[in-house]
Design a protein around this ligand. Sequence first.
Ligand SMILES: [Fe+2]
Length: 253
Amino acid sequence: MNRRELLRSAVLATGAVTLGSALPGGIISAAPVQAGGATASSTGATYVLPPLGYAFDALEPYIDKATMEIHYGKHHAAYVAALNKAVAGQAALKGKSAEELLVGLDQVPEEIRTTVRNNAGGHVNHSFFWKSLKKNDSGSAAAPAAGSALAKAIADTFGDHAKFYEAFDKAATGVFGSGWAWLVVKADKALAIVSTPNQDNPIMNGHKPLLGLDVWEHAYYLKHQNKRKDYVDAFANVIDWDAVDKRYELAVS
Ligand SMILES: [Fe+2]
């Protein structure tokens, strides 16, 4: 097994689903067949809420328990339910992952296209988001492992990690209305910080997402009210940089 295969296996073991070669395989997890034993056939649903993988209070004090309960159990669940409702009876869409729906919206019937865009995006983005977070008891902000390929790429691109996060913070606080800020790998394999509106995902623009931050008010308003920057700063403490680094290695391999 070569390094790429090893990485892919590691991602699959955490519940991600490999997609076709045209997609950033393993980078996102939101496909019809889910981890945690819940499958499309066992539930009767095409898309299923994936397991969170940690307790609702695991990210305290940075992301509070109540927000996690509502964000995962209500908001993400609602995207899944709405996506299932939208694709019900659409034989041409059967078996497509949520990512495949997003990058192939032109093949989705026009009457459900916007609904699929918003809710497949919501499902993909949140599935990805939960797998980007990790409990942190260290009392200091998380960062990529020193000497990792990602740490080097961030230093080469942004100067250092602090400057990277400053730019990410600016992008996240600058999103007008609801949307996401992302660290992505572009087609030329360079790192970039981008934002997307609503529930759009960078794969819709040919980018491979490494890290995403939900800046919809539902993600932070209970704890931080209108102070989005406080939430963006808190997020820095619970980023799972090992997961991000694995995505980076896959994206550039
Ligand atoms: Fe959200």
